[in-house]
Design a protein around this ligand. Structure first.
Ligand code: AMP
Ligand code: GLY
Length: 422
């Protein structure tokens, strides 16, 4: 089989790494890929937003399976275009991808179908939003409606912070049209869990739990990012808690999308807060998480390719998904300044020392080749993943590995997975 993976971040590197282990796969292409991915796949010079060129390439190369990594092409309808050309493509179509494209849509869906989530109100008017915030007590959460690379959510400790968030989304329009509407919601407290599942719209096959670390600094301080690190499994995810999430959230969400005439096929990612009143939905994503994929895929024992094919064909009821018992921890190394401004082009040293080291993977995100060297080329630069018999061992190993890599201004959190150990 020939497989095309779309995207060029750490999630896509881990996807290519996993797909390369499938005995069914003879060749992998990745568009656009990155220097790390180029060791496993042929990288092609087409970006993830060039749907027509990607489709042309897939037809010309007779691609048997296309896997879409990031959300933006899904929201733009890449699955609809590929399907029209009878190409097998993994991910939800445009109608179903609205679950991530619009927080207003997803919050209203949750309310309509009685699925637990924080109480909220939606606004398309800047002054009304400000007035509402002034009538509430902080902490309060302000969210841009549309896609914002994980940076559109503001958990505000004071009303002033919330007013600033509203101004930057609706007046300064820092997220463009994604800020035409906002959601203002109650601030929830508890432990966060990411639960990802394959679904063909009928059968749901859950993956192992993971936990992201969204904020840029240790101790969950600073602004939200795309994700600074992750671990799997999450100790608080007991089988009892999973059953409750399955019954109250996972199954009702898949059914709700069917009832809305938006049947969902692909990976459904549910971001959850486990509150004292039970699990509540924070957000939906319509693809694998980044960096959750990096810890989940390094724990997945089964071949992922037949599972993806069954998701597309509607045959998920006949697949088994097996896991390795080990734990995985991922630490994201970023450029100084991320999630704000940062410089690119810093030489990365030490990558060779980790090659072929048992239980360690270095997935590239924002890197590129320059004059025969690998240099930084993005906010999130590298994802270092270690596997261990438990979270503690994986954490020790991952930080040992991280200490061997250096580039000017490298930043990473020192407390990834501490919560699981405590
Ligand atoms: P989201 O992109 O909606 O998952 O939000 C990003 C992060 O903001 C989440 O992972 C949480 O850490 C935080 N967050 C979002 N919504 C809430 C909420 N209602 N209460 C507390 N924290 C939240
Ligand atoms: N790590 C969160 C996300 O992928 O959206």
């Amino acid at each position: 089989m020939k497989v095309l993976v779309i995207g060029g971040g750490g999630r896509e590197h881990s996807l290519v790494w996993k797909i390369a282990r499938s005995p069914q796969v003879s060749k992998i292409f990745c568009a656009p890929g990155n220097p790390g991915i180029s060791e496993l796949a042929e990288c092609i010079d087409i970006t993830a937003d060039q749907t027509d060129l990607l489709c042309e390439f897939a037809v010309k190369e007779d691609i048997d399976l296309t896997v879409v990594g990031p959300e933006a092409p899904l929201v733009d309808g890449i699955v609809d275009v590929f399907s029209k050309h009878n190409l097998k493509v993994f991910g939800p179509d445009r109608k179903a991808a609205i679950l991530e494209d619009s927080k207003v849509f997803s919050k209203l869906l949750l309310r309509k179908h009685g699925i637990p989530t924080a109480d909220f109100k939606c606004f398309d008017d800047h002054s009304q939003a400000r007035r509402y915030v002034l009538s509430r007590e902080a902490p309060i959460v302000v969210k841009a409606d549309g896609l914002s690379k994980g940076k559109g959510v503001f958990v505000c400790k004071t009303n002033d912070e919330a007013l600033q968030a509203i101004d930057s989304i609706m007046k300064d329009r820092v997220f463009g049209n994604a800020g035409d509407q906002i959601v203002i919601e109650e601030c929830l407290t508890g432990e966060e869990i990411s639960l990802l599942a394959f679904t063909d719209g009928r059968t749901i096959v859950p993956m192992e739990s993971s936990q992201d670390h969204k904020t840029v600094y240790d101790g969950d301080k600073g602004p939200n990012t795309g994700g600074m690190g992750a671990y799997s499994p999450v100790p608080i995810m007991t089988s009892g808690l999973y059953r409750r999430i399955e019954k109250d959230i996972l199954v009702p969400t898949v059914h709700a999308m069917n009832k809305e005439g938006r049947p969902y096929k692909g990976v459904l990612y549910i971001g959850l807060m486990i509150t004292s009143a039970g699990p509540m939905v924070l957000e939906f994503n319509v693809r694998l998480g980044d960096p959750e994929a990096q810890v989940i895929l390094t724990r997945m024992k089964s071949d992922i390719v037949p599972i993806m094919l069954a998701t597309i064909s509607g045959g998920l009821d006949s697949v088994d998904l097996e896991w390795f018992p080990h734990a995985s921890v991922c630490v994201v190394m970023t450029s100084d300044g991320y999630p704000g401004q940062y410089d690119n082009g810093k030489e990365i040293k030490g990558l060779d020392s980790l090659k072929d080291q048992e239980g360690i993977s270095v997935f590239h995100a924002g890197t590129k080749f320059e004059n025969g060297k690998i240099v930084t080329n993005g906010g999130r630069v590298l994802n270092v993943v270690a596997c261990g018999k438990d979270i503690k061992e994986a954490q020790t190993k991952v930080y040992e590995a991280v200490s061997k890599i250096s580039f000017d201004g490298a930043h990473y959190r020192r407390d990834i997975a501490d919560k699981a150990i405590k």
